[in-house]
Write a protein that binds this ligand. Structure first.
Ligand SMILES: Cc1ncc(COP(=O)(O)O)c(C=O)c1O
Length: 364
């Protein structure tokens, strides 16, 4: 049998969650609550759904490979020239395009841990080397990351807000970090949860792009816009970088329905505001209930909360929650990430936690 290259064989496969229907069948629970993937519990924008219905008649045609209409709408909204925006099959694809374009075998990419797992997988797939810097106080330790820069460093990944901790790096943090990064190192700032962040200290990384820095800012329609199933995200970078990434991009990487839905969702301020409000309310409710249950949590700027345990409780708690019809995401032995859901979903999570924790012998 043909063998994969050694650097591919050693990649740890991404473990996808089971389809919800499968869990329903296995557990015999009619309506499980899915709080595992940081999706928008409100659903997609109604304007996007209606655009999808209208767009289905054209499915025999290939999509517009340049995402022209969406690009010009976004360009107007962000006040960025269209040639500074690149669309992808989710922002995941943009991460892949950037790594394939700019990282040679043996080059180094600096990233935090725990952070979004996809970065290191893609780096390894092109025979690059991931330099992993642990979080400090649950945040990217930007000083430590800057001190890891060598002549081999090509890319630095910063998830802001970070997944799984929901923490941010502030304007001041980012300003002093950017001063330490050489001009020819690409800083990839992954802002998948940008629209959820409420802190006035949250950094606006577009300003570094406007100053002509080698920065790639990633945003997505998968989170607050509620279009995760369609796979569409984008990157913002200077034209010269986008021109190179475009050379390795598949010509029809973003499907036509995704383009139409994203265009409609972009203007749906009502859906955006409602989603943000529901997230904020859910956040406050969960904080209060976590405190009353003595559960440690990390204050979040995203649509999920990272909770931590004193013991190796995550695997058992995950299984116990499943039996109660709640799907969360264990993060190593002593942490778990829960997406903020609709009010009823949050309540179900808290009731399940209370029931489990009240049981004898369960110490977290
Ligand atoms: C930090 C971060 N970046 C990127 C993504 C991927 O988003 P997309 O659906 O746009 O590929 C996620 C999704 O969970 C994420 O948490």
């Amino acid at each position: 049998m043909i063998q994969a290259s050694e650097h591919i064989k050693s990649i740890k496969p991404y473990v996808a969650g089971k389809p919800i229907e499968e869990l329903v069948r296995e557990l015999g629970i009619a309506h499980p609550v899915k709080l595992a993937s940081n999706e928008n519990p409100v659903g997609p924008s109604p304007l996007a759904v209606s655009a999808l219905r209208k767009g289905m008649g054209d499915l025999n045609r290939y999509p517009d490979g340049s995402c022209h209409y969406l690009g010009s709408a976004l360009s107007g909204k962000l006040q960025i020239r269209p040639d500074g925006i690149l669309f992808g099959n989710g922002s995941n694809e943009i991460i892949e395009l950037a790594v394939r374009t700019f990282l040679n075998p043996g080059d180094e990419a600096i990233m935090a841990h725990p952070s979004f797992v996809v970065y290191s997988t893609i780096v390894q797939a092109v025979k690059g080397k991931s330099i992993i810097v642990p979080l400090k106080d649950r945040r990217h330790d930007l000083d430590a990351m800057a001190s890891e820069i060598t002549a081999k460093t090509k890319i630095i990944f910063i998830a802001n807000p970070n997944n799984p901790t929901g923490t941010i790096n502030t304007k001041t943090d980012m300003d002093s970090f950017m001063k330490k990064v050489p001009e020819d190192v690409l800083v990839i700032v992954d802002e998948a949860y940008f629209e959820y962040a409420v802190s006035p200290d949250y950094a606006d990384s577009i300003k570094y792009f406007r100053r002509g820095r080698d920065i790639l800012i990633l945003r997505t329609f998968s989170k607050i816009y509620g279009l995760a199933g369609l796979r569409i995200g984008y990157g913002i970078a200077k034209k010269e970088l986008i021109t190179e990434m475009n050379k390795v991009r598949q010509p029809f990487n973003v499907n036509s329905l995704a383009q139409k839905a994203a265009l409609a969702a972009l203007d749906d301020e009502k859906h955006l505001e409602r989603s943000k409000k529901i997230n904020e309310r859910g956040k406050k409710y969960l904080y209060k209930e976590f405190r009353s249950l003595n559960i440690n949590y990390v204050p979040t700027e995203a649509n999920f909360i990272y909770i931590t345990f004193k013991n190796d409780a995550a695997a058992q708690l995950y299984n116990d929650l499943l039996k109660e019809g709640v799907i969360a995401r264990p993060m190593g032995p002593r942490a778990m990430r829960v997406t903020i859901g609709l009010p009823g979903e949050n309540k179900k999570l808290i009731e399940a936690l209370r029931k489990i924790l009240n049981r004898e012998n369960f110490i977290i």
